[in-house]
Ligand binder design. Sequence first.
Ligand code: SAH
Length: 392
Amino acid sequence: MRSLTLKKNEDRRIRAGHLWVFSNEVDTKKTPLTDFAPGEEATLLDVRGKALGSLCVNPASLICGRLHSRRPDTPLDGVLIRERLATALSARERYFAGPWYRLCHGEGDYLPGLVIDRYGDHLTLQLGTAAMEARKPLLVSALEELVRPASLFFDNDIPARGLEGLSRQPESSGPVPELLEVPENGCRFTVPAALGQKTGWFYDQRANRREFARYARGADVLDIFSYAGGFGVTAAANGAKSVTFLDASAPALALCRRNMAANAPDVAAETIEGDAFQRLSELAAAGRRFSLVSLDPPAFIKRRKDAAQGLAAYRKINLLAASLLAPGGVLASSSCSHHLDGAELGRAIAHAAAKLGRPARILYTGAQGPDHPVHVAMPETAYLKCRLVRFD
Ligand code: SAH
């Protein structure tokens, strides 16, 4: 195995447990990145030539190396992949009653670039690096041994694959069902497996949806950025009086109606299609008020350079959502942008309370569930924040 040498002092983060090497940290005079093929394994060395571990290299990426082992000369082979997946599986099996969860969360499960969502017998995979793409047959055989899936769907339409120079055309094996059933918090959701712009289920909000539903009794609920209705339907099944779903996607709203009919057929349901910023202003102008609101936007800050603009969008949407709360109403405000930390989300909510002149208190602080583990040494792997806030 060839070696990749770091510049002076660039080994500190790695020694503290981090798994990523950035291209500007490599001594490219000694070990030019262009010598490596995308996905090639190498031993990582510090400036003195001491081995730090084994990694896979992608010369074309800003994150040009991801460690898979602390031992030198260790390939990312079928044995290592199987061992890591078995560990990930046992962590889920200990926590969850049934096989519906994110089975592998990339770096958080010490398998950089690999995300797997499990829906009973069906698996949806995202291979985000050239290294993982090259090991597809090893992954498939490890999964066949561990969980015997009936079908696999490779959800390749993700930005990470573009950065790694990989195809974004979807692939599948086995009879991929059109629709998947997801049991969660006592409800059953139907979601598409491989069709449409959004597929699958956001397992990361499971615990936050349960917490949200605690405030559902008798509530008029507004589910903003609803997708298939995860928050609103759970509230409806737990005693809400009515639920209004808002999303820009008509197919997502059709799923909301379907999931309401299956889980809470007697609760009044309304769907509003369109841009959330515009529709929320219209609801406010019409004098509509809700006692329980979920605000779960897509990531407004995808890259650090979008931070200022994204923060402004979070502030604006939180103010709009809070202005629709009836006295004593509860807002569940989420953010899945890694670049917006919990304190900043808190400030966006505080800004809304101050603008509206309403006392507000935080009732619950949540994050991504345990099937999206955060790597202890990689703050980058923590992304989801959820705050439940009561506005007097
Ligand atoms: N709350 C959902 C997940 C939301 S995903 C759950 O619990 O599963 C984000 C959703 O926001 C997607 O369904 C997408 O269609 C929608 N969306 C994105 N931009 C939007 C916009 N400007 N206005 C309204 N909806 C939007």
